[in-house]
Design a protein around this ligand. Structure first.
Ligand code: SF4
Length: 384
């Protein structure tokens, strides 16, 4: 019998890049900018006036790792629902206001953690900035200036011909300057476009021209597959230059999916501690097991596991033992058997039919011991 120290799997400590230096604001209890961790946002799809359904969806988003949630506020009924939603939500609520400045005041009064305004859509907005700045300052409510290619100010559309990066940036900074005139700087900015190339350039220009925290988004990114790729590419390009303080993946899919993708993007860039990570090979002509099935079954069996565990599922003995050894837990398959590795050591060899249950069993043991011994403990597993 040999004791294999489990310890805590290595926590990634080197993020993809030094973060851009930005001003810090507080969205409720969540710090944004100024070196605070990049946070994941989403938006509810319920009618905000349906308080029960909205709070239910917010609870689901919270459970999936959403840190800030936005709710639409197109009607008086929605505005009337904001105080209860803001009070009962487990995460900070941002009210999303288009067209009607009166709802900005209502959202601030309601105790929303922030208000998003779209300069292109609030025509009388510029005249109200002084009052909004005062109300927001009195309540400690930050404002997100959310410029969107699809609703760019007509004046800028005429000037630039279309929603170019320069046009998006000019719109945002013009609006910010109106607030600055009244001494208000609790601002976060987004300049969203559906084309990642335009969006990336817009944020790069914006980042160079101000120190406000930036909320990243590829707007109308599309259905889950396309939207995930567009967002991952665009956010990756920007975050790898340190640009971005909050992110929202916009998908034509349930918002919980947006949150999962957002968290995965941050984990991939070491901007968030990784949770469960399955390292599985793509399979090839050398595979001696059905790797897809194995990886799917192990993923399903470990769903919901919160410890930062790296599990390697490899199809043969070419790269299998190497990858399995590097992971916290792994299997290298061959000849109808699976060699199970824990922290780099073979702890047992099992028939193919027992691989999944053995991996899950070992993963549970590691998780249990981690919880029992604390994150810095050195628990051990017994080798048969
Ligand atoms: S681990 Fe083996 S089966 Fe999987 S891709 Fe590599 S060579 Fe192919």
């Amino acid at each position: 019998m040999t004791a294999v120290p489990l310890g805590l799997p290595e926590v990634p400590v080197r993020p993809v890049a030094e973060r851009r230096v930005s001003r810090r604001i507080q969205v409720g209890p969540v710090a944004v900018g100024g070196g605070a961790p990049v946070s994941v946002q989403s938006m509810t799809t319920t009618r905000t006036s349906d308080i029960g359904a909205t709070l239910q969806q917010i609870a689901e988003l919270t459970a999936s790792g959403c840190q800030i949630v936005r709710v639409a506020c197109p009607t008086q009924d929605d505005a009337d629902a904001l105080p209860v939603i803001a009070r009962k939500s487990q995460i900070p609520v941002i009210a999303d206001i288009h067209f009607q400045p009166k709802y900005v005041f209502a959202a601030i009064e309601a105790g929303c953690a922030a208000v998003r305004v779209n300069p292109g859509n609030i025509k009388q907005f510029d005249d109200k900035v002084k009052e909004i700045a005062r109300a927001a300052k009195d309540h400690g409510t930050p404002i997100r200036i959310g410029v969107n290619a699809g609703s760019l100010d007509r004046r800028l559309l005429q000037k630039y011909g279309k929603a170019t990066p320069e046009a998006l940036v000019e719109s945002a900074l013009w609006e910010a300057s109106l607030f600055e005139e009244h001494g208000f700087r609790d601002i976060k900015i987004s300049v969203k476009h559906n084309d990642p190339v335009v969006m990336i350039e817009a944020y790069r220009q914006l980042a160079a021209q101000c120190d406000y925290p930036l909320h990243l988004g590829v707007t109308e990114a599309g259905p889950a597959f396309q939207g995930t790729i567009k967002s991952a590419v665009a956010f990756g390009a920007l975050l790898s230059q340190g640009i971005g303080d909050t992110i929202r993946v916009s998908l034509s899919a349930p918002p919980v999916e947006e949150v999962k993708v957002g968290n995965q993007i941050l984990e991939s860039l070491n901007l968030k501690q990784r949770g469960l990570e399955i390292v599985s090979c793509p399979s090839c002509g050398r595979a001696q097991v059905d790797v897809y099935k194995l990886a799917e079954e192990v993923t399903a069996g470990l769903e919901g596991m919160e410890v930062p565990l790296r599990v390697a599922v490899m199809g043969c003995v070419v790269n299998g033992p190497g990858e399995a050894r590097e992971a916290d837990l792994g299997v290298a398959s061959g000849n109808g058997k699976g060699q199970i590795f824990v922290k780099g050591q073979v702890v047992r060899t099992v028939p193919e039919s027992k691989i999944v249950e053995t991996l899950i069993d070992e993963a549970m043991k590691i998780a249990e011991q981690m919880e029992k011994d604390g994150v810095s403990g050195e628990p051990a597993v017994t080798v048969n």
